[in-house]
Design a protein around this ligand. Structure first.
Ligand SMILES: NC(=O)c1ccc[n+]([C@@H]2O[C@H](COP(=O)([O-])OP(=O)(O)OC[C@H]3O[C@@H](n4cnc5c(N)ncnc54)[C@H](OP(=O)(O)O)[C@@H]3O)[C@@H](O)[C@H]2O)c1
Length: 340
């Protein structure tokens, strides 16, 4: 069967199509005919030697990339009780994080990092490592969910978001756009930043109440405070990392929350000051995708609220490199998908 492998640390040239043996399933396993995949910012790091901030999710090449994929169950082992042939499913990011708090061992079960990912025509999963897609979703839509959407869901639900509260999203990538959609479904007010007025317009069409161009307003935290009568927001979806952290702390209200998620900006040796956490009595919560239980709760919310993912571009299974290049150029709003 056709698959892709990252063969070394030398960038996108290391990402090559390969012929691999058909997977065989054990008694507790499910064989999935993969039909669609989606890219996350994390996937860009893998062909460059790994996701540099966390060794536990890093493995030496060769490895199969991508955490996010969806498809149809075509065979099940004789002990499988959760799925039947014909079911439409997606893999969960941490294959063994089913519920409760994340453990050290579970971090080592991350698809497309610690273990082989899903960018193959067929993949064998343990039955515990799969969830059903939302009823109305296409495979392409389903493939957007495992990493970005579950991350956004965890950030908002751990923060116990209430109707009428305000959430700040940074940029218009996969995590931020899902967070925007979920925040609106919760009845919250949404403020979003972007480098592009055009993307801000798209975000407003998706329900954003306030858009701030961080290119025109490098001190964007001041705009956030102005938009909240000087109070600040209840929860910041902090995908920027070292380069945005201090401004995110400044954007949060007293006793508010910063959900620390991403590493888009800043340098590995940059050390932003956490002190505003103390002075404003903030909660800074690290978010690491989420469990199967969170994924399933999110699917229920998606179905009840008819939330559809924002898919910016779709590439063919023979255009994987082009999909990665497009992700690298960061012209997208929401998600980039590969389909076969
Ligand atoms: N902790 C976790 O579990 C977890 C899970 C998923 C993702 N992440 C991390 O979260 C981040 C986002 O991931 P993603 O997959 O959503 O990325 P993505 O789709 O590639 O999003 C990229 C977007 O981020 C925005 N951005 C870049 N620099 C920015 C800045 N200085 N200020 C505000 N926005 C900025 C840009 O939006 P505009 O073009 O609109 O400016 C860019 O288009 C990444 O660092 C990723 O590694 C972490």
């Amino acid at each position: 069967m056709k698959s892709y492998q990252i063969t070394g640390p030398n960038g996108l040239d290391a990402l090559v199509p390969v012929d691999r043996p058909e997977p065989e399933i054990g008694p507790h396993e499910v064989l999935v005919e993969m039909r669609a995949w989606s890219l996350n910012y994390r996937d860009l790091g893998m062909p460059h030697g790994g996701y540099y901030r966390n060794d536990k999710v890093k493995r030496d090449p060769p490895m199969v990339p991508l955490s996010d994929g969806a498809g149809e169950v075509i065979a099940v082992g004789d002990q499988v009780t959760r799925f039947r042939p014909g079911d439409r499913v997606a893999g969960i990011f941490f294959q063994t994080w089913l519920a409760g708090d994340l453990t050290d061992a579970q971090i080592g079960s991350a698809l497309g990092g610690a273990i082989d990912g899903v960018l193959s025509e067929r993949v064998a999963f343990h039955q515990d490592g799969l969830v059903r897609l939302p009823e109305s979703y296409s495979f392409a839509q389903g493939a957007t969910l495992p990493c970005a959407a579950v991350t956004a869901w965890q950030a908002l639900t751990l923060g116990n978001l209430q109707a009428g509260q305000t959430v700040l999203m940074l940029g218009t990538g996969g995590v931020s756009i899902f967070a925007l959609q979920f925040a609106k479904a919760f009845g919250a007010r949404a403020i979003i930043t972007s480098s592009s007025d055009k993307k801000l317009q798209t975000a407003k069409e998706l329900g954003a109440d306030v858009g701030i161009n961080y290119g025109n307003h490098p001190e964007w935290q001041k705009e956030v405070l102005e938009a909240t009568d000087g109070v600040g927001v209840d929860n910041v979806i902090e995908v920027g990392g070292a380069g945005t952290f201090e401004r995110s702390l400044a954007s949060a209200k007293v006793s508010g929350r910063v959900s620390l998620i991403g590493v888009l900006t800043g340098q590995p040796d940059q050390n932003p000051s956490p002190m505003m956490t103390l002075f404003k009595r903030l909660t800074v919560q690290g978010i690491y995708v989420g469990s199967r239980e969170m994924f399933e709760a999110m699917v229920r919310a998606i179905e009840v609220n008819s939330i559809e993912p924002v898919i910016d571009q779709v590439f063919g299974f023979d255009q994987v490199k082009e999909a990665y290049q497009s992700m690298q150029q960061a012209g997208h709003v929401g998600k980039i998908v590969i389909e076969r």
